[in-house]
Design a protein around this ligand. Structure first.
Ligand code: DC
Length: 227
């Protein structure tokens, strides 16, 4: 059967990463997390002291770094200029900085190019905010994953607690709403549902159920594409 390009977009905490990883595993595809690339640029900006309110400096930085996404076992490793920063990019500070950095059109350009290159052959599940709208507008299957803000915040809090970060639901919910606002209202490639995306609301579904629904849709599309 033909190897598809599957785009999964959605807001923070919608379960994109867990679901995309599992869908890729079930189909034998490669999982690509485009958000990790924006996080990598943000991490580098914080470390190098590049001001987050300077689009010109951020654009220069994004054009100068090399970001590699390397699947190893079930984990996707993120390398920036050869340095493994997989775990460092998951902190609250980097999350906040990433949503600022991702609003800069000049930062997005080289990263989108790289994402297109990485997915061009098909057999990929790429997750992000603009995969079905900008990166792969002709993706074989587009999913818009969503869940209520409260459930998304609870998931995010659990993740933070597992990493030993101190937080609470009200704080995380405020942060989720702020990142939603930035991702949806920015001018450059805002988070919007592609007209031809299938909306999957997983407020009341776990990641495994969500992944299996998407796999069924993918199998249907692959079959239709092969006849
Ligand atoms: O999915 P994530 O939380 O790891 O993404 C980090 C940030 O990058 C988030 O603020 C949204 C942004 N992003 C984006 O603008 N476009 C993408 N394709 C992926 C992520």
């Amino acid at each position: 059967m033909r190897k598809l390009i599957i785009a999964i977009d959605g807001p923070v905490g919608s379960g994109k990463s867990t679901v995309a990883r599992r869908v890729a595993e079930l189909l034998g595809y490669t999982h690509l997390d485009s958000g990790a690339m924006y996080r990598a640029v943000a991490w580098k900006a914080l470390r190098a002291g590049v001001p987050l309110d300077s689009p010109v400096d951020l654009e220069r930085l994004a054009g100068a770094v090399r970001i590699d996404l390397q699947p190893r076992g079930s984990k996707l490793h993120v390398l920036l200029d050869g340095e493994d920063i997989t775990d460092q990019i998951r902190t609250t500070d980097v999350s906040r900085a990433a949503s600022v950095v991702a609003a800069v059109a000049g930062v997005r350009r080289p990263l989108v190019e790289e994402q297109r290159r990485a997915g061009a052959q098909g057999g990929v599940v790429m997750e992000g905010r603009d995969i079905g709208t900008v990166v792969f507008p002709h993706a074989d299957l587009k999913i818009y994953l969503d869940a209520s803000p409260e459930v998304r915040a609870a998931r995010r809090l659990k993740e933070l607690e597992e990493k030993g970060e101190d937080s609470n639901l009200a704080k995380v919910l405020a942060d989720v709403r702020e990142r939603d606002r930035r991702d949806r209202e920015r001018e450059a490639s805002p988070l919007v549902r592609a007209g031809d995306a299938v909306v999957v609301d997983n407020t009341a579904m776990d990641a495994e159920e969500t992944a299996r629904v998407i796999v069924l849709l993918a199998q249907e599309r692959a079959k239709a594409a092969s006849v």
